[in-house]
Design a protein around this ligand. Structure first.
Ligand code: BTN
Length: 254
């Protein structure tokens, strides 16, 4: 079957409420904009084969090769009295890591607070954009790009195809990812990150890595129940840092 994200292929694979309704564009500036300020219900998904103005974090551009990457956004409406919305990047990263593991048979790591790595290379990124009563969670997963098609980044990228030498069915990866995200999101709404911490910590890419976060520099340790990252300074002090840009000194395997 041709690899496509068209509704007739994706919708029959969906197992829960996430992905309904499913909005599809062959091309659009950014799937984030298809859901921003939208009246759609929670779980609505917008997916595209190609974005002409894909956004990454910190004003960066998210490039893709048409028809190769999994590019989608999902509309979430977390309860205002529930856990803090920025924690959603960890909830989503866990779901992405599990979907990548399932698809490619590899170990995936969550790079706090919002990337997914395999073999210290970035395979997926997550962008949260909050509006008044909703959060649009955008996810880009490198699926079928060849090594030449991957854009250079601060963290070297990889794709499922580069990792396995095979083409992967993006619709299946999307359906698996949405099922995992729905399950983890519901857990998070009930209990915050507490019940997800073991699975997150098992995939904590930064543990033991030298990092700098704002003024704090040291060796990254665990992820706390409130989503902060513990960093042990040279003086042996354990500090907890909020989500933010992490300057990571990445050591890649030979
Ligand atoms: C990052 O790593 O900086 C976050 C990348 C997020 C990319 C996805 S692709 C689908 C959605 N639409 C966008 O414009 N960005 C997100």
């Amino acid at each position: 079957m041709t690899d496509t994200l068209q509704p007739d292929v994706v919708v029959p694979r969906l197992r829960g409420r996430f992905g309904k309704p499913y909005l599809y564009a062959a091309e659009c500036p950014s799937t984030q904009d298809l859901l921003r300020a939208s009246a759609q219900p929670e779980g609505a998904v917008a997916a595209a084969e190609h974005q002409t103005a894909g956004r990454g974090r910190s004003g960066r551009t998210w490039y893709d090769t048409a028809g190769s990457a999994l590019l989608f956004s999902i509309l979430l409406r977390p309860a205002p009295e529930g856990p803090p919305a920025p924690q959603l990047s960890l909830v989503a990263a866990l779901a992405v890591a599990e979907a990548v593991e399932h698809a490619a048979g590899v170990d995936a790591q969550v790079k706090w607070p919002n990337d997914v790595w395999v073999e210290r290379r970035k395979v997926a990124g997550i962008l949260l954009e909050a509006a008044e009563s909703s959060v649009v969670c955008g996810i880009g997963v490198n699926v079928n790009q060849s090594a030449d098609e991957l854009p250079a980044g601060r963290i070297p990228p990889t794709s499922l195809r580069v990792l396995t030498g095979m083409q992967h069915d993006r619709a299946t990866v999307l359906a698996d990812l949405l099922a995992a995200l729905e399950a983890h999101y519901e857990t998070w709404q009930r209990t915050g990150l507490a019940d997800l911490l073991t699975a997150l910590e098992r995939r904590n890419a930064l543990r033991g890595t030298p990092v700098g976060v704002g003024e704090v520099a040291g060796i990254a340790a665990g992820i706390a129940a409130d989503g902060r990252l513990a960093v042990v300074t040279a003086a042996g002090e354990e500090l907890f840092v909020e989500s933010g840009e992490v300057g990571v000194e990445v050591r890649l395997p030979d």
